[in-house]
Ligand binder design. Structure first.
Ligand SMILES: Cc1ncc(COP(=O)(O)O)c(C=O)c1O
Length: 443
C-alpha cells in the first residue's frame, strides 16, 4: 500500500479525515464512476467538485489532449501566440455576447483575481484613483485567494484571514425573500431598493460589483429570482460601476443555459469561466472583458497601462484543446437539451423529499438543486455526534456514491451529461441518507 498521509487535503480537518472518512483512495475511473485501490466503484454525485461533464471514460476530448501533448506539451503566451489558445478564443467569443477579449489563468480563483485587477486598473488608467473598493453579494463565494476571499467572504471559512482582506461592501441577498422556493415580489422590491441605496452611496469609490451568475453555490445553493440579475446590471450601469459576473460554477449548462448571463439578459463588463469548460479534465479558467474595458489598457509602454498579470501555464495548449473539443461534444450530443430533460427528472424526484419533516426550502434550476435540513427551526449540524458533512459523505460512500453536503444544505450537482439511471441512483442515495437523518431527529 502506498503511504497516503503525506497529503494535506483541501478544506479537510485531517484529524477527522483519519477518524471518519475511511481513507478511500481513488485510482481510476470509468463512466461516471471513480474506482478505488480496492476495486470499489463510486458514482460521482458531486461532479468532481462541480466540474465533471462527461465522466471518466476516454472520449474525443481525452484523445485530442493526448494528441496535443505530442505536438507540444506547453507553449507560453507571454507576448507570443500559440495556435490552440487562438482557435479557442475565436470559438468561445462567438458564444459570449458583448465580450471581446479573453485572458487565461489556470483556476477559478485566479480568474477572479484578474477580474478584480482589471476593474481597478480600468479606472486608474483613466486617472480615477478613487474607485478602489468592491461591492459583492452576501453569501457569494468566488474562490480562496486573497481578492476572491475578500469579495466572497464566508465567515465560517475565512475569519482567520480577515485582516488580510480588501475593502468590500456587501449588498443583501435576495434569498432572504424566498419562502419554500416562492418569491415574494414585494419583499424582492424592498431588497432591490435597499441595494440601490448601497450602490448609490458607494458608487464614487466602487470599481465593480461582483456576483455569481444565476445562482450562488458554495453560499448555500441560492437561485436568484427571475429578473433580479438584470436589475442589478441596470443599476451598475446607471451608477457607473462595472459588473463582474462569475460563471465558474454556474455557466456551461449547470443551470440549463450555456451562457447564463445571456439568459439573464445581463451582459456584464467582465465575466469569468472555469470548472466545466474543459469537461473537467484540465485546470484552465478564463476572464473575458468587453471592448470598452480592454480599450482603457491601450497606450505606449511608458504609460504603464497594460495589465500586469500572467501565470506560467496561461493559455496552456492542452487545456485549450480540451475546451475546443468539449464545445464540439456539447453540440454533437445536444447536451443542453439533455440537461433540460434531466432537470425535469431531478425536479420530479425532489417531490420525494417534500414531505420529510427535516427538509426545508427545496430549490432547483437546471442540474443544480439544494435543500436545508433543520429541526425546530435550527439547522442540523451534527448527526451521530459527527459533523453532518462527514456523515453524509461516509453514508454515501458506503452506498457506492460520492456526495458532499454544504453543512446543513444538501446539494445535488450531478455530472452534466449524466444518464437517467445514474441520476436516479444519486437521488435514491440522497433520499436514503436524508431519511436516516430524519429518523435520528424526528423518529
Ligand atoms: C462560483 C465560484 N467561483 C470561483 C471558484 C473558485 O474556483 P477554483 O476552485 O478553480 O479556484 C469556485 C469554486 O468552487 C466557485 O464555485
Amino acid at each position: 500500500m502506498p503511504k497516503s498521509d503525506n497529503i494535506w487535503y483541501p478544506y479537510t480537518q485531517m484529524h477527522d479525515y483519519t477518524k471518519y472518512l475511511n481513507r478511500r483512495i481513488m485510482r481510476s475511473g470509468t463512466g461516471f464512476y471513480f474506482c478505488d485501490n480496492e476495486g470499489n466503484r463510486y458514482l460521482d454525485g458531486v461532479s468532481n467538485m462541480w466540474c465533471n461533464v462527461w465522466g471518466f471514460s476516454s472520449n474525443r476530448i481525452t484523445d485530442a489532449m493526448i494528441n496535443q501533448i505530442r505536438q507540444i506539451p506547453h507553449s507560453t503566451i507571454f507576448g507570443i501566440g500559440n495556435n490552440k489558445s487562438i482557435e479557442l478564443s475565436n470559438k468561445f467569443l462567438k458564444l459570449t455576447k458583448g465580450m471581446n477579449k479573453m485572458f487565461f489563468t489556470d483556476n477559478g480563483s485566479s480568474a477572479i483575481e484578474v477580474a478584480l485587477k482589471i476593474a481597478l486598473q480600468y479606472w486608474s488608467n483613466q486617472g480615477n484613483l478613487k474607485k478602489t473598493s468592491f461591492l459583492s453579494l452576501a453569501d457569494g463565494y468566488h474562490g480562496d485567494t486573497i481578492g476572491a476571499m475578500s469579495v466572497g467572504y464566508v465567515d465560517k471559512y475565512f475569519k482567520s484571514y480577515k485582516r488580510l482582506l480588501l475593502n468590500c461592501h456587501v449588498i443583501p441577498n435576495p434569498k432572504k425573500v424566498t419562502l419554500d422556493g416562492i418569491v415574494n415580489l414585494e419583499k424582492l422590491n424592498v431588497i432591490v431598493e435597499r441595494t440601490e441605496k448601497i450602490i448609490e452611496k458607494n458608487a464614487h469609490k466602487t470599481a465593480a460589483l461582483i456576483m455569481e451568475s444565476g445562482a450562488q453555490l458554495a453560499g448555500g445553493v441560492n437561485i436568484y429570482p427571475t429578473g433580479y440579475q438584470k436589475r442589478i446590471n441596470e443599476m451598475c450601469k446607471k451608477h457607473d460601476i462595472l459588473l463582474i459576473l462569475d460563471e465558474i460554477a454556474t455557466g456551461f449548462g449547470r443551470l440549463g443555459n450555456m451562457i447564463e448571463y445571456i439568459s439573464q439578459e445581463s451582459v456584464p463588463d467582465i465575466v469569468c469561466f472555469g470548472k466545466a469548460i474543459t469537461g473537467g479534465y484540465f485546470p484552465l479558467a478564463l476572464t473575458l472583458t468587453s471592448k470598452k474595458i480592454y480599450q482603457q489598457f491601450s497606450g505606449n509602454l511608458g504609460d504603464q497601462k497594460h495589465l500586469f498579470h500572467g501565470h506560467t501555464y496561461a493559455g496552456h495548449p492542452i487545456g485549450c484543446t480540451a475546451v475546443i473539443e468539449n464545445l464540439k461534444m456539447y453540440k454533437e450530443n445536444h447536451l443542453l437539451d439533455k440537461i433540460r430533460s434531466n432537470s425535469k427528472q431531478l425536479k420530479k424526484r425532489l417531490q420525494d423529499f417534500q414531505q420529510i419533516p427535516i427538509v426545508k426550502n427545496i430549490r432547483a434550476k437546471g442540474l443544480l438543486a439544494g435543500f436545508d435540513l433543520a429541526v425546530n427551526g435550527k439547522p442540523i449540524t451534527m448527526v451521530d455526534n459527527i459533523p453532518i458533512n462527514y456523515f453524509v459523505m461516509r453514508e454515501s460512500l458506503k452506498r457506492g456514491v460520492l456526495i458532499r453536503s454544504l453543512g446543513d444544505t444538501m446539494i445535488i450537482i450531478p455530472p452534466l451529461a449524466i444518464d437517467s439511471f445514474s441520476l436516479n441512483k444519486i437521488m435514491d442515495t440522497q433520499l436514503e441518507i436524508v431519511l436516516e437523518i430524519n429518523k435520528r431527529y424526528v423518529g
